[in-house]
Design a protein around this ligand. Structure first.
Ligand code: KMH
Ligand code: ZN
Length: 311
């Protein structure tokens, strides 16, 4: 009998906030555009939508529950997608503010960053002369002195406050040490298997986007978590499509979206998120896998179900 084809989950990170200023017209920041692009990404093949909110007046990072509330119900009505709310906030937001949207809307998933780190994108400031909004240049220039704070206590605050909501975390691991942080958190009972790892490559401050590093992260995860984990690959910037392709061939799931790269190919800005989703879907299918539907993603990750969210 033929072996069933592997199902690959595509996550689309639609807008971002921490390190994605608005210098591409393709990047959505109003509720209408975030909802519209999220729905189109779902139609193109994304079964998980990783969502940040932005202030519609200036495109700035927002953890305001009303800004999330302006697009979440619309996405739910129009798609069967799994909604994943970010707890990343900006590099200046407190952990209490960062969990407020997930507490209010109780999504099936939310992100959880697994360690404190430098998280810098200051080299970008030299590449642009014009900015859409006043805050962007200074925010980007000063990112060389920001610390993305995710201490063990912060991780505990997220885990304990969100535990009653039965939310599956997208554990974002930007370096090998973050896998060990997660193992420690599991040993003290903060998270239950199966866990979902997002290996993040190419952030300045984290591990670089080389295939060797992907293999190293995967081998380390195998050693620490055995069979009790699912995993996905996120390459920032130019590494996005190549690493997603390699990761999918190694048995992983993939994350694309304008949050992590504004481009669709070398030097060419993407018009929208759906374009990137369609591209990785084409690649995954051409290489012999199938793309998971939202219900298949729920099954693979052990999610609580779209009827148990609060929006
Ligand atoms: N864009 C990722 C590299 C979060 O939302 O919690 C960072 C991120 C963090 O996705
Ligand atoms: Zn994010």
């Amino acid at each position: 009998m033929a072996k069933p084809q592997k199902k690959t989950i595509i996550t689309c990170a639609v807008t971002g906030a921490i390190h994605t200023p608005t210098m591409s017209d393709g990047l959505p920041y109003t509720a209408d555009d975030i909802a519209g692009q999220a729905i189109a990404a779902a139609e193109a093949g994304a079964s998980i939508l990783h969502l940040h909110a932005r202030d519609p007046n200036d495109g700035g990072v927002s953890m305001d529950i009303d800004h999330f509330g302006a697009f979440l119900p619309r996405i739910k009505q129009a798609t069967n997608s799994v909604v994943n709310i970010s707890t990343g906030g900006s590099l200046k937001t407190t952990i209490e503010k960062r969990i407020a949207p997930a507490m209010r809307y109780s999504p099936e998933m939310c992100s959880l960053n697994m360690g404190s780190m430098n998280f810098s994108f200051h080299p970008l400031a030299k590449r642009y002369d014009t900015w859409k909004f006043d805050w962007e240049k200074e925010y980007i220039e000063n990112s060389d002195s920001y610390i993305f704070r995710n201490t063990f206590r912060d991780i505990g605050v997220v885990a304990e406050n969100l535990a009653p909501h039965d939310i599956k975390f997208e554990h974002e691991c930007y370096d090998v040490g973050h896998l060990y942080n997660l193992r420690f958190c599991m040993d003290i009972g903060l998270f239950k298997a199966p866990i979902f790892l997002q290996f993040v490559f190419g952030i300045l401050g984290g591990i670089g986007p080389e295939v060797d590093n992907l293999i190293f992260m995967k081998r380390t995860a195998d050693r620490l978590f055995g069979d009790d984990y699912r995993w996905s690959v996120l390459g920032a910037g130019a590494a996005q499509m190549p690493l997603a392709t390699t990761g999918s061939q190694m048995g992983g799931h993939v994350r694309v979206g304008l949050e992590d790269s504004l481009f669709i190919s070398r030097g060419k800005l993407a018009d929208n998120n759906a374009q990137q989703v369609a591209k990785i879907k084409r690649i995954v299918e051409d290489l012999g896998s199938q793309v998971a539907t939202p219900d298949e993603a729920r099954d693979i990750l052990g999610l609580k179900g779209g009827d148990r969210v609060n929006f």
